[in-house]
Design a protein. Structure first.
Length: 140
């Protein structure tokens, strides 16, 4: 199991109405960071994997806006998987957590809210390098 500070589910309140449901996400109450970037992943082919990286400084909130997918997380000494299929729940992923997003259902839409703007130098794209950096963090 992952340490709770590395990743956890955040539940969002919904205003339910016969015309449709409304869910808001606000900094400070449901979101532990200010959003500097948002993007979404969709039209993912069957069997494809997204992510396969970690971030040095960036934190994320991952939400299944439609459909479902699984987020596999690794912090070096522990792993966990989160099945996301509800737009009223988001997965907070802290820094230095390896993530892979798999098993997208047909029509799935994955929304990601990020704490930082895109910076290619923030990515760790080698799992081996990530594990070595996690070991050095854990030994401090």
């Amino acid at each position: 199991m992952l340490k709770t500070s590395s990743a956890y589910i955040i539940n969002f309140e919904a205003i339910m109405d016969p015309r449709g449901d409304l869910t808001s996400i606000e900094y400070g109450s449901t979101l532990p960071f200010i959003v500097k970037r948002a993007y979404y992943i969709y039209n993912v082919p069957a069997g494809a994997t997204r992510g396969s990286h970690a971030h040095k400084n960036l934190r994320q909130l991952i939400i299944a806006m439609s459909g479902s997918f699984t987020v596999n997380l690794d912090v070096g000494d522990a792993q966990n998987s989160f099945f996301l299929n509800n737009p009223r729940k988001g997965l907070f992923v802290n820094t230095m957590v390896w993530r892979e997003i798999v098993d997208f259902s047909q029509g799935a839409v994955c929304l990601v809210l990020a704490s930082e703007n895109y910076d290619p130098d923030d990515y760790i794209r080698s799992h081996e390098l990530f594990l070595n950096q996690r070991k050095s963090i854990n030994s401090i």
